[in-house]
Design a protein around this ligand. Structure first.
Ligand SMILES: Cc1cc2nc3c(=O)[nH]c(=O)nc-3n(C[C@H](O)[C@H](O)[C@H](O)COP(=O)(O)OP(=O)(O)OC[C@H]3O[C@@H](n4cnc5c(N)ncnc54)[C@H](O)[C@@H]3O)c2cc1C
Length: 394
């Protein structure tokens, strides 16, 4: 990580939660010149153990570049250069390619950005972040021991970051309430051997029972993110490999041929969650402690990392003496609202508009997707919003 060239005050932050958001927050604050204490009740191995794949977009790529982490992380990611959006209710299809990214986004700092997005597995990603944290002298860690240990008993920290997930004990401790809605859909994830799609192509299939993403992991291997009514997800989860592959073949268009199940399918409930405020006192809510959205469009972790991007910019300003540390939490909250509200609204709308066979909506969907397929500026606009977030700068 490049060392900060700024004149740094001795600023200290406590980061609660060392999932993908908390780990990156600790690295971002350290890069900004802060001294950081990171804690999590889980130990490092438990933190790596989740079997998940994330779709990363250009907002995450840019943050990793700013933190000097992109070159480290990139080899573990699978780029996809095409994203095919298919509405199985109307038969309409929209192909997004790197040409729809616009020249500014498509040419990343090192020319490596010629991808619509990247898929990364949780384990290797966490391992890289943990290795970097261990080598970072500004970060101390307390993993697997609870968050009670107070590293600086004599002085209060300048900033407390609650990155402790959707059930955030710190958010609850501060009495911050949330708006939330649990969808009747759940989300089932599984890795499969799959023919009928290229290694550099991702798919977002809109099925009447819910969105279905097919994400390339390596040639012939894909991660599925399958949204469907919760009872159906539970049934699918309990089927044996053969039963699951049969159900999958029935759900996917004919061009896909599932050949094998490579892990145990797991379903989890999906919901919308938004904290009613993003800070209180010197504490800020970051990542899923502040918000959660439907997995459609792969926005979740990217949205969490855009929180980190804003915090990083403000932390640098504070280090440089251009922002009083006491004003940082409010500045953070003000800057995050537009992106959070628009992204949560967009994912909710996408899910509602496409997860049905409404006679009223089908012609509108056909029309909208035909416009998207035929008008390059419209494709650039929508892919730009998906990959950069709906409102830059963040
Ligand atoms: C079952 C499941 C499957 C998922 N699969 C996918 C997927 O396939 N693709 C995808 O893009 N997204 C997936 N998601 C969503 C994705 O995991 C989240 O977007 C991401 O984990 C958010 O990261 P986070 O660091 O904000 O929160 P979390 O990953 O939840 O991390 C929060 C951390 O806080 C810690 N913590 C809890 N209490 C305390 C405390 N008191 N003090 C300190 N630390 C504490 C927890 O131990 C945890 O490590 C899935 C989510 C779930 C629940």
């Amino acid at each position: 990580m490049p060392s900060s060239s700024m004149a740094t005050a001795d600023l200290r932050a406590l980061v609660h939660g060392a999932g993908p958001t908390g780990a990156l927050t600790a690295l971002a604050l350290a890069e900004a010149g802060w001294t950081v204490h990171l804690s999590d009740p889980l130990d490092a191995a438990q933190l790596r153990a989740r079997n998940r794949a994330y779709a990363f977009n250009h907002s995450s790529r840019r943050l990793l570049e700013r933190l000097g982490l992109w070159e480290l992380v990139r080899p573990s990611l699978m780029p996809f250069r095409r994203l095919q959006l298919c509405d199985l209710g109307t038969g309409a299809e929209v192909p997004f390619t790197t040409a729809d990214l616009g020249r500014r986004v498509a040419s990343g700092a090192d020319g490596s950005a010629a991808a619509v997005g990247w898929i990364g597995l949780h384990g290797p990603l966490m391992e890289l972040l943990q290795r970097r944290l261990a080598a970072e002298p500004r970060v101390s860690q307390a993993m697997g021991v609870g968050s009670e240990a107070e590293p600086w008993p004599e002085t209060a920290p300048d900033l407390v970051v609650a990155a402790d997930g959707p059930h955030s004990p710190h958010r609850e401790g501060l009495g911050i309430r949330v708006w939330q809605h649990t969808y009747s859909q759940s989300c089932l994830t599984a890795q499969v051997a799959l023919r009928g799609t290229d290694a550099d192509q991702a798919w977002e299939l809109f099925r009447p029972e819910g969105p279905f993403a097919v994400l390339p992991l390596e040639p012939g291997r894909a991660q599925l993110v399958w949204s469907a009514p919760s009872s159906r997800c539970r049934r699918l989860e309990s089927l044996g490999a053969d039963g699951f592959l049969d159900a999958l073949a029935g759900a996917l268009p004919d061009r896909f041929q599932p050949d094998g199940l490579l892990d145990q399918p797991r379903s989890f409930p999906v919901g919308l969650l938004l904290a009613r405020r993003l800070q209180r006192g010197c504490t800020v809510l970051v990542g899923e402690s502040a918000h959660r959205c439907h997995p459609v469009g792969g926005q979740g972790l990217n949205l969490c990392w855009r929180d980190v991007a804003v915090l990083h910019r403000l932390a640098r300003k504070a280090s440089a003496g251009a922002l009083a540390p006491s004003r940082l939490p409010r500045a953070y909250a003000r800057r995050r609202w537009p992106d959070l509200l628009l992204t949560l609204l967009a994912t909710d709308l996408l899910m509602r508009v496409f997860s049905n066979r409404s006679r009223l909506l089908l012609p509108l969907r056909r029309l909208g997707l035909a416009a998207l397929a035929n008008l390059a500026p419209l494709r650039r606009l929508s892919l730009g919003a998906m990959t950069n977030g709906p409102c830059r700068p963040w």
